[in-house]
Design a protein around this ligand. Sequence first.
Ligand code: HBI
Ligand code: FE
Length: 289
Amino acid sequence: MPNLDELRRSHPDIAEDFTIPQRWDHYTVAEHAVWQTLFEHQSKILPGRACHEFLDGLAKLGLAPDRIPDLERLSDKLEKETGWRVVAVPSLVPDAVFFDHLAARRFPAGRFIRKPEQLDYIEEPDIFHDVFGHVPMLVHPMFADYMQAYGKGGQRALAEFNALKNLARLYWYTVEFGLIATSHGLRIYGSGIVSSRAESVYAVESPSPDRIGFELERVMRTDYRIDDFQDCYFVIESFEALLAETTKDFAALYARLAAGPTYRPGEIIPGDRVMTRGSHSYRPGSHAA
Ligand code: HBI
Ligand code: FE
């Protein structure tokens, strides 16, 4: 991850907290068109796949389909709902900076948008992933609190424990790639899924991945891959339950985690509440040994 001095070369106006002005009028017609392509596609396929909390949040934000949103105007709307604002950053920021923003109810969003040839996959967070993927859930009061708690937990994980990896896995398997059980079936709330054209179908419909009931310690022991569809998803029962489990003191948990094993994605272990056992046909090598 680049440091502040390196980023100053490409972003002379970067602030100490890594924020940059959005400069909305600098987006090109082609960049707005990328937003529109992704927005219209996802709006069509997410009903019936994403949870109603995400869809309600998206509707409340009233984003225009045909242009990249102005973050100041979006923030004014979001702040009235849950007190969160969205600030522009170049892309990934250091962990400590990221946590400080979340703890202050500021969501850092990449300012750039992916190129037309990257519609299906991009590793760095761009404005489509960050705004379309993350911001609708920040309209939900309980999830808004969960994200701030994650920021505060991250500050402690860095300052008092050597537990960043454990916490990053929790973020990955909830905020980024989480599923929720509903009376209508499994639904998506993870931003990495809702902002991906292909994974938003794969995550709920493919027979390939495992879908396992969320258990905090189990999740914090599970590695993840950042370069392709997930081999396993963890399913929460409700946002209330997620918030209740993750606002406990993690000190004793971190001590246990330091001692015990780490699991590979695609591995099923005794005690797992398996909701769908994956065929792993998408990536045969990922089947548990
Ligand atoms: N920076 N902009 C941005 N977005 C992220 O999601 C992000 C980050 N820096 C660090 C980070 N995520 C993760 O390493 C933490 O969640 C652990
Ligand atoms: Fe993200």
